[in-house]
Design a protein around this ligand. Structure first.
Ligand code: BGC
Ligand code: BGC
Ligand code: CA
Length: 301
């Protein structure tokens, strides 16, 4: 029998206002992430511990790998390509053009190379916003955009089952992790249902990722934890608490995708609270979980 010994470490004491969208880039042994209100995309090299930061001209809410090189990012209400070497941005498509107060939030690429991302109204304070203003979209490799549904409050975590037949999705203020049947060939979703409702102390479901056993890891905003869920039984299997409350998202990375990286926010914590969680806004690494994740899919366009 093997004993698991979980270790949690702040590997980068960054003061992210709202760190989000952690993505492991195997080719550079680095973690990509964004700081949404700081309008920044960052790349942390796990070997040299150096971080490179590139500032955009509007809030940047997600980053993903791109097959043809560089990255794709959601900036404001635009899907964009980001050339990391010369820091140039090209707009690929725009959404929500009738909603001037909206911005994109979380995004991730599906196993066929489509970039999924949803929107939300801009907040007046964390999780305080005009409701039902958001929608979920995907950017196909040919740059056309598909809209799935609207009436979203805070479009957040997303991932696909290991067999690519289920799409998991979180609209944060529903306090639910939902599943849809997924058609990988066409990118269509259907048959929405809830697979897990958060308990009170778990607070607000935010970013999410899947492990190779098909279990979901959900970062709980204000809950200071990531939880592991079995989407088949609807049971919570594990809780891993972190020394910061505003945990926003998680991904697997590192050697064989056996490490978990967690982002968090600093905005919305008063000076008193910051004394108790000085690492708020940093990047955390969890080791010893005993499960692995999978490589992120690159955008195919
Ligand atoms: C959003 C934040 C929001 C948080 C809690 C994050 O994904 O980017 O703006 O406060 O979720 O719902
Ligand atoms: C891969 C390597 C990679 C390492 C770190 C391993 O699973 O085989 O190519 O560098 O993970 O991500
Ligand atoms: Ca998020």
């Amino acid at each position: 029998m093997t004993m698991s010994s979980i270790k949690i470490e702040c590997v980068l004491p960054e003061h992210c206002r709202c760190g989000e969208s952690p993505v492991w880039e195997e080719a550079s042994n680095s973690l990509l992430f964004v700081d949404i209100p700081a309008k920044r995309v960052c790349q942390w090299d796990s070997l040299t511990k150096q971080v490179q930061r590139v500032t955009m001209d509007a809030p940047v809410s997600s980053v993903a790998l791109r097959q043809s090189g560089g990255y794709v990012v959601t900036i404001g209400t635009k899907f964009c390509a980001l050339n990391w070497k010369n820091q140039s941005v090209v707009v690929l498509a725009s959404v929500d053009q009738d909603k001037k107060n909206n911005r994109f939030n979380d995004g991730k690429v599906d196993p066929a190379g489509r970039y999924f991302a949803g929107t939300m109204a801009e907040e007046t304070a964390p999780a305080v916003l005009e409701r039902h203003q958001g929608a979920l979209y995907s950017l196909f490799p040919d740059h056309h955009v598909k809209k799935y549904f609207d009436q979203v409050d805070i479009s957040n975590g997303l991932d696909w089952s290991m067999d690519h037949k289920i799409f998991y999705y979180i609209d944060s203020l529903s306090y639910s992790v939902d599943a849809f049947d997924y058609d990988l060939q066409t990118g269509k979703i259907s048959n929405r249902r809830s697979v897990y409702k958060l308990e009170k102390d778990e607070q607000i479901p935010d970013g999410m990722c899947i492990d190779t056993e098909g279990k979901l890891w959900v970062a709980c905003y204000n809950g200071g934890r990531v939880i592991r869920l079995d989407p088949v039984t609807g049971k919570r299997l594990q809780t891993v608490k972190l020394p910061v409350d505003k945990t926003t998202s998680c991904c697997f990375g590192g050697k064989d995708y056996s490490e978990m990286y967690v982002t968090c926010a600093r905005d919305g914590i008063d000076p008193q609270g910051l004394l108790k969680q000085p690492e708020a806004g940093g990047i955390f690494k969890i080791t010893g979980l005993g499960v692995k994740g999978i490589a992120p899919y690159p955008y195919a366009g």
